[in-house]
Design a protein around this ligand. Sequence first.
Ligand SMILES: Cc1cc2nc3c(=O)[nH]c(=O)nc-3n(C[C@H](O)[C@H](O)[C@H](O)COP(=O)(O)OP(=O)(O)OC[C@H]3O[C@@H](n4cnc5c(N)ncnc54)[C@H](O)[C@@H]3O)c2cc1C
Length: 310
Amino acid sequence: MRGFGSLISDIRRRVPDARVLEGVPMKEHTSFRIGGEAPVMFVPERPETLAELCAALSDLGVRPLVTGNGTNLLIEDGELEFPVIKTMCGDDNAHLSGDAEITAPAGILLSRLAVFALQNGLTGFEFAHGIPGTLGGAVSMDAGAYGGEMKDVVTSTLAFDPERGVYEVRKEEHDFSYRHSVFSDTDSVILSSVISLERGDADAVKARMDELSEKRRASQPLDMPSAGSTFKRPKGGYAAAMIDGAGLKGCSVGGAQVSPKHAGFIVNKGGASFDDVMRLIEIVQERVFREYGAELEPEVKIIRRRWGTE
Ligand SMILES: Cc1cc2nc3c(=O)[nH]c(=O)nc-3n(C[C@H](O)[C@H](O)[C@H](O)COP(=O)(O)OP(=O)(O)OC[C@H]3O[C@@H](n4cnc5c(N)ncnc54)[C@H](O)[C@@H]3O)c2cc1C
């Protein structure tokens, strides 16, 4: 790869609207508070800048790590060998693009989008209010909670792909399935999405959002750094119930711990390293397999310092 100095000057010249941060500790940009140093982080100041930035990096043959709010990431410690794009930026307004349809940029927080839906008397997005990620991260992961999923509401997405440039993905082409979409295993970057909701009663929408927030507060370790549920739901059961049943609640490796409040979450109880979490993941996988014959697959995205080593 080219030196980052010349990459930075190229991007500054070609995409002046992108903020450029050098030597960025990723632990400050992930909810796990874990991760090594990115040589450079590009933050598009406006949603339109994201497409220009992706095109410029693609022309330069550079493959970035695209992050939203970093709430589903486990990043290796040490110096990362690739630049990072952080799509979450201040200028992230959603707008109504139809009677019950909202178009929003990838970097908007789901909580903000849910409040926008509420303010416009729209129902169907309450499930997403408490998920701490961005729209782009949620579409990529088919995020979901309390019976709702992105696949229920997303009707179209604009994305950038190094081979195709900017292109549109329509409803069924998203290929959504549990915690997976057509974007999950590609270098495509989601630029914006359209969600289709229904007209509803604003008081009822607000009441449902409050009810779900309370459920989260009561059951999840929201006061501890984590990346949410560590594992996907295995066939024939729930990861948290199996981990609890295997006696692993509270089990620790270094600063990483199976949350005593919710066994589905690994939390960082202070100074956890990437290796601590990886070792704890292995222990949990081995013990659950021994007890239940179930293979737990990580839901968190594990990012190594070098591309292609996972
Ligand atoms: C306390 C807590 C509770 C959570 N609860 C839930 C829950 O109820 N349900 C749930 O599904 N998840 C939950 N999560 C996990 C997480 O919030 C979701 O997966 C969320 O969708 C991730 O969004 P993000 O913006 O943080 O993405 P990131 O963590 O930044 O990235 C996640 C993945 O999406 C990709 N990505 C991000 N933006 C883009 C883009 N614009 N284009 C292409 N790819 C992109 C990244 O490359 C990465 O592969 C929880 C996490 C925490 C910490």
